[in-house]
Design a protein around this ligand. Structure first.
Ligand code: DQA
Length: 149
């Protein structure tokens, strides 16, 4: 089972940015946490982070024919990017949206999620555990429904 874990703008700055919202732990510690989790569950994960919308779309497109599923935290592009929504629809892989914070209990503009329209499930508001739940959910989904291709 091979998955892409894609993170959007400013996720590389967690541990520095708005600690009251995103916590004290760094992006490097998120990577370690996810690598260990994927290793334990025998998941081959490829990690990608970019601050650019186009590069995130390139990463989603690269998943086509290379991955069985996608976990994505599009960060602020969640609330603006029809292009990321279209890319997720185009590759048509099972995708899960993740957020560290609860986007439904913050500013009104964060309540809109375009990628959610192409995702089988969303996990938010649980910090690193949002990613953990997404990985375990995707694993179970792929085991139940089979891997694409
Ligand atoms: C975020 C929530 C977004 O609204 C915000 O723009 C981010 C991070 C989260 O993980 O909680 O950058 O995606």
């Amino acid at each position: 089972m091979r998955i892409y874990i894609i993170n959007g703008p400013n996720i590389n700055l967690i541990g520095i940015r708005e600690k009251d919202i995103y916590g004290e732990k760094t992006y490097e510690s998120l990577m370690m946490f996810l690598m260990e989790l994927c290793f334990e569950h025998n998941i081959d994960a490829k990690f990608f982070q970019s601050n650019s919308e186009g590069e995130l779309i390139d990463a989603i497109q690269a998943a086509y024919n290379d991955a069985d599923g996608i976990i994505i935290n599009p960060a602020a592009y969640t609330h603006t990017s029809i292009a990321i929504l279209d890319a997720l629809k185009a590759v048509a892989l099972p995708a899960i949206e993740v957020h560290l914070s609860n986007i439904y209990e913050r500013e009104d503009f964060r309540r809109t999620s375009y990628p959610a329209l192409a995702c089988i499930k969303s996990f938010y508001g649980e910090g690193f555990d949002s990613y953990k739940k997404a990985i375990l959910y995707l694993k179970e989904y792929l085991q139940k429904n089979g891997t694409p291709g």
